[in-house]
Design a protein around this ligand. Structure first.
Ligand code: SF4
Length: 448
């Protein structure tokens, strides 16, 4: 085991985007996992995916002011990137990671962009053979907009709802369930995989079991419950946690809330960054589907090249069955496990008339901006599309201004992020001016 090394401030400030890796994207991902000691039989990166997810920030503006916001103090002063530049970045993501890459259309809140632009961005991602997801606080995500984006090719909608957002009148996670139910209803009838993002912080840590129970109760509509752990980065005022909020402690809360002995043992990329568990919810009871490493490794291997349609669960099951047909040895090893599982579920299966819902849990432990572990950055599976190429999200957040305040070269000249104008000469940059109404996070808190 190598010693943990933290990036120095100079290393962070001088970091340069590496060139596009040579060879097939999947092979490049595998090399990264091997180089960082993360390659093993349960590793999906380099086996199924060349990258976990790439964030495409289509605006820096937001209509909320979260206490753990990862945006910059200066984000609200930045104009929305022109569509041609976003299209160029989408093509760049495809060049880096190939088809079937998950691209998260995010911000700020992406719904602040004109809806036709948003639809064009989603369509471009889909046209390039990748999977667009929308990450939004949901305030402007009307059923109409979701339907339009679904038509344009949207695959996932991830609603970020939690107490860090300070929504007036919703003081607890239980109270926020009313908003979550409203969002679920907005996506009803659309072919979209519905996900929820929750920031786990000092203020809601004790409420996570009840929230996990809520997601279980909504398993017919919710595909994934993702939990991001408190990190001191960006303009948010909350800073680092004072209670131990770790992958282990949050996993224990999820076990308490689901009533299932979830192992959450499957890493995605670096084991210190991400954990994943897939469950089957039957008659309200949660069954861990990732509880046997040998079975999981066999299934992972057999389905390595298979594309799963998250919007249509039965097609995903059929795709897995198709992949297994070619691997009778894996089927033979899986059958005893599947029989045990079905036996354990038998009463619930009968009570639910064989209705089974898949619900996944994801834990993402972002790093504090001042404590970036070199190995985790090198093994990062969640990057941001910058003008120069994809950058680890943790690293991006630690030096966000270096990316968002940088003029962008276009075919017609230089686009200035502060004025939105294109000029022949590269803008030299200047002081960032924010009006009192646009102050958020730390700057707002520091206002006399
Ligand atoms: S964004 Fe940070 S926490 Fe997430 S995978 Fe990358 S390095 Fe790890």
């Amino acid at each position: 085991m190598t010693a943990r090394r933290i990036m120095t401030p100079a290393e962070i400030a001088n970091w340069q985007v590496p060139p596009v890796p040579t060879g097939a994207p999947l092979a490049a991902a595998r090399r990264r996992m091997e180089a960082t000691g993360q390659w093993h039989k349960l590793q999906s990166m380099g086996r199924r995916f060349a990258m976990g997810c790439v964030a495409l920030e289509v605006t820096q503006r937001c209509n909320l002011d979260c206490t753990l916001c990862y945006l910059s103090d200066h984000s609200e002063a930045v104009r929305d990137l022109p569509l041609p530049e976003l299209f160029r970045r989408i093509d760049m993501i495809r060049d880096h990671y190939g088809p079937n890459t998950d691209v998260q259309v995010t911000g700020g809140d992406p719904t602040l962009r004109p809806r036709d632009e948003l639809a064009a961005i989603v369509a471009r991602i889909r046209d390039r053979g990748m999977r667009p997801a929308l990450l939004t606080n949901g305030i402007r995500a009307t059923p109409d907009l979701l339907a339009q984006l679904g038509q344009a090719g949207l695959v996932d909608v991830a609603f970020h709802v939690d107490m860090t957002q300070g929504r007036a009148g919703f003081a607890t996670e239980a109270a926020l369930n009313a908003i979550r139910l409203d969002y679920i209803a907005r996506a009803a009838g659309l072919e979209l995989a519905v996900m929820f993002n929750t920031t786990v912080f000092d203020g809601n840590f004790s409420q996570i079991p009840a929230l996990a129970g809520f997601f279980v109760a909504q398993a017919a509509q919710v595909r994934l419950a993702s939990f991001q752990l408190q990190a001191a980065t960006g303009r948010g005022t909350a800073g680092a946690s004072t209670t131990p909020i770790t992958i282990e402690s949050v996993s224990a809360q999820l076990r308490a809330g689901t009533g299932a002995p979830l192992r959450l043992a499957m890493p995605v990329g670096h084991g210190g960054c991400n954990r994943y568990a897939m469950t089957a919810v039957v008659n309200g009871a949660v069954h861990d589907l990732y509880d046997d490493d040998a079975v999981l490794a066999g299934l992972l291997d057999a389905s390595a090249g298979t594309e799963f349609d998250r919007r249509r669960p039965w097609r995903a099951v059929a795709a897995l069955a198709g992949a297994l047909l070619a691997r009778p040895g894996v089927v033979a090893r899986t059958l005893p496990w599947a029989t045990r599982k079905l036996w354990a579920m038998r009463r619930d299966l009968l009570a639910a008339r064989l209705r089974v819902h898949k619900l996944s849990f994801f834990l993402h432990d972002f790093m504090d901006a001042g404590c970036l572990d070199c190995e985790r950055i090198d093994a990062c599976v969640f990057s941001v599309a910058t003008a120069a190429g994809p950058v680890s999200m943790c690293l991006h957040n630690a030096r966000r201004d270096a990316y968002i305040l940088q003029p962008v070269a276009t075919g017609r000249g230089w686009w200035d992020p502060l004025s939105g104008e294109v000029t022949a000469a590269k803008p030299s940059g200047g002081p960032v001016r924010l009006g009192p109404k646009t102050l958020k996070g730390r700057l707002k808190a520091a206002r006399p």
